[in-house]
Design a protein around this ligand. Structure first.
Ligand code: NAP
Length: 310
């Protein structure tokens, strides 16, 4: 496991696992540093209805398990831990994981993105005590309780709809007067008997000592303040790329996303990126998979010295 590798893939979401399948089939014997949260964001979702090949839909965790099993059919090694340091200045690149330093001629960064928080005074303190960013993980604890979801995108709709299976009432709190979510998801939420929407409203703080008991709200149009009694708050306001480890070593944009220079290659020749870690536009399971495929093909060409600049 410790010998120098042709390619190390960081991340095990749809991008990382697809890169692994392609790299393995190109006989690059990839090592995947899968992270402690294997399967990426899809492992935290529920129904995936838009991944081609699943006419009846598929559960996110199941899709990731299938992708992993597909990768395991080929010559792929996995370490289910987080990389703690990297040195991407020049090849051979170094990746430190579980106290060992691994070397590779090429690296594919597929570390994805993580949920954003609102940054409220009591939010972090109450995570795990009623504040969550993952309905599939935590909805079970809110059986017959009242919960709120903040956000107006597809994630917020998905979280709210999932929560209706457990909670007695779900209130979506959105800062504008229309959703950003796709029409089909927005309509499903708006039609649901258990879901209410508070438009033009922001959460100013989470109330509760040991556990969430309510929210302090402000209407952004009237400036009127009010309290909403809820047992849980689900934050679904988008994501940020997981790039802290690479800061100062490869070029990132203002929001922290990896900048691609030549196809999937980053500012450092030999270091490639795939999926939500650089893609702030599409951010879909299927596009992440496609980026993973492209990155693996680019690595193959790079290592052959036939295409991308070295
Ligand atoms: P998103 O589309 O960026 O939506 C984020 C939402 O949070 C927006 O409505 C935004 O409000 C709101 N927001 C952001 N910062 C806020 C703040 N500080 N306070 C209050 N509200 C805030 O993110 P997403 O919903 O996570 O979706 C990300 C991507 O994944 C999208 O491309 C989406 O299509 C995709 N996705 C797809 C599915 C599916 O197809 N089933 C499911 C989940 C996600 P504004 O609208 O005012 O900006």
């Amino acid at each position: 496991m410790d010998e120098a590798r042709k390619v190390i893939i960081l991340g095990s979401g749809s991008a990382g696992l697809t890169a692994a399948i392609y790299a393995a089939r190109a006989q690059l014997r990839p090592l995947v540093v899968a992270g402690s949260q294997r399967g990426g964001q899809l492992a935290l979702t529920t129904d995936v209805e838009n991944f081609p090949g699943f006419p009846d839909g598929v559960q996110g965790p199941e899709l990731m398990e299938l992708q992993r099993r597909q990768a395991e059919r080929f010559d792929v090694d996995f370490i289910d831990e987080d990389a703690t340091a990297v040195d991407l200045r020049r090849p051979p690149f170094e990746v430190t994981v579980a106290g060992r330093t691994l070397r590779a001629q090429a690296v594919i960064i597929a570390t994805g993105a993580s949920a954003n928080w609102l940054g409220l005074p009591n939010e972090q303190r109450l995570i795990g005590h009623g504040v969550s960013s993952c309905a599939p993980c935590d909805a079970f604890f809110f059986r017959e309780k009242e919960v709120a979801v903040v956000g107006g995108g597809d994630s917020a709709m998905e979280e709210a709809l999932f929560l209706t299976k457990f909670a007695s009432r779900v209130t979506i709190i959105h800062r504008r007067d229309r959703f950003r979510a796709s029409k089909i998801m927005a309509e499903r939420a708006l039609r649901h008997a258990k879901i209410d929407v508070l438009w033009d409203t922001v959460v100013e703080d989470v109330l509760g000592d040991g556990k969430v008991t309510g929210l302090r709200l402000r209407n952004v149009k009237s400036s009127a303040r009010s309290d909403l009694r809820v047992d849980g708050l689900f934050v679904a306001i988008g994501h940020h790329p997981n790039t802290e480890l690479f800061r100062g070593q490869i070029e990132l944009d203002d929001a922290g996303y990896v900048v691609l220079k030549e196809h999937t290659m980053t500012s450092v020749p030999g270091v490639f990126a795939a999926g939500d870690v650089h893609d702030r536009r599409y951010r879909q399971a299927v596009t992440a998979a496609a980026w993973g495929c492209m990155a693996a093909m680019d690595v193959e060409k790079y290592l052959e010295g036939t295409d991308l600049p070295r």
